[in-house]
Design a protein around this ligand. Structure first.
Ligand code: BG6
Length: 474
């Protein structure tokens, strides 16, 4: 296990929002039900491991996923049993606008999320909605080139208008784009950009990012008009970057890599491009199409900053430094850390570093909206009850939450914590079901077999106790 100092116990701030998180494409299934159109996920049966397929294929586990589309009431009841105060989920854009460029929203899609919200309300669970979580409507990718096309700003705005009009009175927390800083590494997944990464220039990618940032600002303004109580947050893939050695060359290399992600928070929180990014554009001959209206839209800054946290990375000035298998972003391996079965290096203290860093940089409330351990689980029978003895997951989460408490003691303002994949889901990077994150085991396998029955893992009871004690049980 990892060397973390366990501080004296004690609760988290009053009203701390404990919960869990998922994304539509990873849990819902029902991929062609209720008038839903195809999204980019329907052509990604292997996640980011292989290029997208032409059309939807039946080997795609996401067509059924864990069937939340039909079992949401049962699942939300289980979340309530753990005491969730908040549930973060995404709305599938292609349920609301099946082709992305439709004139009118699809009523059946809106009605589904009404039912989900009813269920949450019944249990007193606060909803948090990710508006776009790696599920751009396929038509917007294939016909328009995804976010490289300025037209997407208008389609996204129309989609958000439909959401704010329908749900604005009952959803307080909204996130505009999941892990917005991953576009550079994962253009199709994160930006709906169909061209292979090698064929895209930095200008293409930064133009696409610019469109997303403008769209985010524009709908933040729209939310102020249509849903005045709404809190709008950005969502960043947090990846603290450590220099591999104390060499100043490595320190500067780490700074440059960190800037590539900081830029997103800087723009979302300050409403303009930071100097180091403008310099990067100058040095690399990147020229963006930025209008006066764009600049005004960017001024609509966010209310809070949310982020995912799974690992830290190292950076080195030496191009031959060993790179780790990492997540969606690459990076140099840290020789001091152990890794998960998927090679993701485990660094609880990195979460304290991120919380301090973001708080000091932006002075906006923070929300940890993803964190957790993807691991292979074994369903066993204990006293006649099927369960998973996932002590490794409990240890991972306990160590991370202790660091959240440390960061709060350091002065960071943290609104809440939603663990990732609170129920087993289909993985985003590898599209596997065997990479399990949940407190709730779903009986479904990588070959698509299984009953879809749900079972409480050992971590289910652990998390319930953590929430009931407001963190004192850590
Ligand atoms: C984040 C995504 O990158 O990490 C999630 O927002 C994803 O959608 C999560 O599931 C974990 O990654 P993976 O590849 O293990 O599913």
């Amino acid at each position: 296990s990892h060397a973390v100092t366990k501080p004296a116990g004690g609760p988290f701030p009053e009203g701390f929002l404990w919960g869990g998180a998922t994304a539509a494409n990873q849990v819902e299934g029902g991929h062609a039900e209720g008038g839903k159109g195809l999204s980019i996920q329907d052509v990604m049966p292997q996640g980011v491991m292989t290029p997208p397929t032409e059309g939807a294929t039946e080997d795609n586990l996401k067509q059924v996923a864990v069937d939340f589309y039909h079992r949401y009431a049962e699942d939300i009841a289980l979340f309530a049993e753990m005491g969730f105060k908040v549930y973060r989920f995404s709305i599938a854009w292609s349920r609301i606008f099946p082709n992305g460029d439709d004139e009118q929203p699809n009523e059946e899609g809106l009605a589904f999320y009404d039912r989900v919200l009813d269920e949450l309300e019944k249990h007193g669970i606060e909803p948090m909605v990710t508006i776009s979580h790696y599920e751009t409507p396929l038509n917007l990718a294939r016909t328009y080139g995804g976010w490289t096309n300025r037209a997407l700003i208008g389609f996204y705005e129309r989609y958000c208008r439909a959401l704010f009009e329908r749900f604005g009175h009952r959803v307080k927390y909204w996130l505009t784009f999941n892990e917005i800083n991953s576009v550079i590494h994962q253009p199709f997944l994160s930006g709906g950009i169909p061209a292979p990464r090698e064929e895209l220039t930095d200008s293409d990618l930064y133009q696409a990012i610019h469109h997303e940032l403008v769209a985010s600002g524009r709908v933040t303004k729209l939310a102020r008009e249509l849903a005045p109580a709404a809190q709008i947050g950005c969502m960043i893939l947090a990846l603290p970057v450590y220099p591999l050695t104390p060499s100043p060359d490595d320190v500067v290399a780490a700074m440059d890599t960190a800037h590539a992600s900081y830029a997103f928070g800087d723009i979302h929180c300050r409403g303009e491009y930071p100097g180091y990014l403008l310099r990067y554009f100058r040095d690399n001959g990147i020229e963006l199409d930025v209008t006066e209206q764009d600049r005004a839209d960017l001024k609509n800054t966010v209310d809070f900053v949310s982020f995912s946290y799974y690992m830290s990375i190292c950076e080195s000035a030496d191009p031959d430094a060993a790179s780790g298998p990492g997540n969606l972003m690459g990076g140099v391996s840290n020789p001091t850390l152990k890794a998960s079965e998927w090679g993701w290096q485990i660094d609880p203290q990195g979460l304290r570093v991120v919380l301090n860093d973001y708080w000091e940089r932006w002075q906006k409330p923070l929300f940890i909206v993803e964190n957790g351990l993807g691991a292979k689980d074994q369903l066993v029978e204990v006293d006649g009850v099927k369960t998973v003895e996932d002590d490794y997951r409990i240890e991972y989460m306990n160590d991370h939450l202790v660091q959240v408490r440390e960061a709060i003691a350091d002065g960071a303002q943290v609104l809440g914590y939603t663990s990732w994949g609170c129920i087993d889901i289909v993985s985003a990077s590898t599209a596997q079901l065997s990479k399990r994150y949940g407190f709730i085991y779903v009986d479904r396998n990588d070959d698509g077999t299984g009953t879809l029955d749900r079972y409480r893992k050992k971590s289910f009871g652990w998390y319930r106790d953590v929430i009931a004690s407001n963190g004192a049980a850590l």
